[in-house]
Design a protein around this ligand. Sequence first.
Ligand SMILES: [Zn+2]
Length: 415
Amino acid sequence: MAVISELRCTLCNHAYQPGEVKYFCPECGQVGTLDVLYDYKALRDHLDRDALTHNREPSMWRYRELLPVAPETPVPPLQVGYTPLLAAPRVAAALGLGQVWVKDDGQNPTASLKDRASTMVVARAIENNIRIVSTASTGNAAAALSGICASVPDMRAIIFVPVTAPEAKIAQLLVYGATVLLVEATYDTAFDLCYELSQSEGWYCRNTGINPFTTEGKKTVAYEIAEQLGWQVPDVVVVSVGDGSIIGGVHKGFWELHQLGWIERIPRLIGVQASGSSALVYAWENNLPAQAMQPRPAETIADSISAGLPRDRAKALRAVRQSGGALVAVEDDAILDAIPRLARASGVFAEPAAAAVYAGAQRAVQSKWIAPDERVVLLVTGNGLKDVRAAQRSVSGGIRVPPDAEIIRQLLDHG
Ligand SMILES: [Zn+2]
């Protein structure tokens, strides 16, 4: 396992000893998310890239030497990670690019990339003999935590959601047997309550932007992209952005591989937000630091990336700025339009937030943030079956026919 050397605040740079703090920087408050850091020189001296990945299990645990979980700790058994990286020449042609790959993280057990973070957090809970993990979420993070906890004996998930959350989203949590608390208040209040009760009751809090180990799970998607491309990293990775924790994780993964000398450079990260929920685009365009960001309206069909004041804003802005990337906003119409376009050109059915990367790549090519000859990865973070209602809005058709083979033949012959 990778031995943690320190937890460092992304804002004030203060370094804490492992065990000294549990969640965020006490000096900066919740905006001061922490980086979990290791002795990269020692790792570089002792680890061999090809030996490490040779004959390993097809999951995120193939990189166990780079993850903060002891070898003897049993990890949740659901197979998370090592999702396909599909060459997508027809997507490339449609976007006016030479080479595009689609990283299909909707193939994770609960159908989103959030399984990586939840698996890591639950493994950390097992290691520390904690049997209750909590989170406040209405979406994929809650589903992921519920599913991963269900795969582990005697591990309980407690989920805080606002009472207004859609029933369809809550159903997945209940199916997995999570304790679902429908809070008669807003999401932000549910978030604060979850943190407060976790502290007083000794639960492990998975809240986005609070728990630094979520990044340690999410970073594995960057390791996989690098490995699956033979360690020749792409020029650009396009990532949808709500709270900003996924793009922060992707950046951490590539940054670590670069520290180890396993890749030559860090790809430019292009974050895509819905224009109705674009606090980070605004901050990036106006050169605001994370501390200066204020809540902005958040209204979009892509509910997985709806965030008025993104919780992981510090890591997200750093990811884009340090990688030389960009943040772009796309309209809901473009997001809906992207669902069938991506599916028909690649076979990958994405939920609205995930399909946004297709629309965002289109925008980034138009704005010359991506050059035509660059190698580009679109990160698809969630499966389209997560939100069938949105998919229904993105398509029309179906041909009504009588039960008569001859008539159907004629109809199809005439297109
Ligand atoms: Zn700090």
